[in-house]
Write a protein that binds this ligand. Structure first.
Ligand SMILES: [Fe+2]
Ligand SMILES: [Fe+2]
Length: 165
């Protein structure tokens, strides 16, 4: 059935993001394991914990609104996770792989920032106040993670990679 209303589109986007977060919760432990730099591994582990809360938050949004999440697969995230896996397999362990992992993870964060930004705009338009508050919290976490990864890339990771070459 085609999506006709803004409410239906919101449910679709929320369900898609739910799938994206679930995929990421499976990928993050692998990223942490593949990372050489301890701080980077710790950042992935910290974001795994946040991601688990973000999954619960989406369930809370659905509950608050009395809607049922759809079983759909976020293909955008699937592609990003596949590319991350490729980086893990193709790049030798160490600072160069860390730089590749940071790049892959930042692509994911930007994707999530776009997803939550869209959901926040829709929730605002639809007058979903509680949902907006919850979604904004996750949006802020994604932005903070992206910032942390930028710091790791600039403040150590990538610099070490350049020296290793
Ligand atoms: Fe997330
Ligand atoms: Fe994230």
């Amino acid at each position: 059935m085609p999506i006709k209303t803004m409410e239906e589109l919101f449910i679709h986007e929320l369900s898609d993001t739910y799938s994206a977060e679930k995929q990421m919760s499976k990928a993050l432990p692998k990223l942490a394991k593949a990372a050489d730099n301890e701080q980077l591994a710790a950042a992935f582990e910290a974001h795994l914990e946040e991601t688990q809360v973000q999954i619960q938050r989406i369930e809370e949004v659905a509950e608050t609104l009395g809607i049922k999440l759809k079983r759909i697969k976020c293909e955008g995230m699937e592609g990003l996770v596949d590319e991350g896996k490729e980086a893990m397999e193709k790049v030798e362990e160490g600072p160069v792989r860390d730089a590749a992992l940071i790049g892959s993870a930042q692509k994911v964060e930007h994707y999530e920032i776009a997803a939550y930004g869209t959901l926040c705009a829709m929730a605002k338009q639809l007058g979903y106040k509680d949902a907006l508050r919850l979604l904004k919290t996750s949006l802020d976490e994604e932005k903070a993670t992206d910032g942390k990864l930028t710091m790791l890339a600039e403040g150590g990771g990538n610099e070490r990679a350049a020296k290793a070459a």
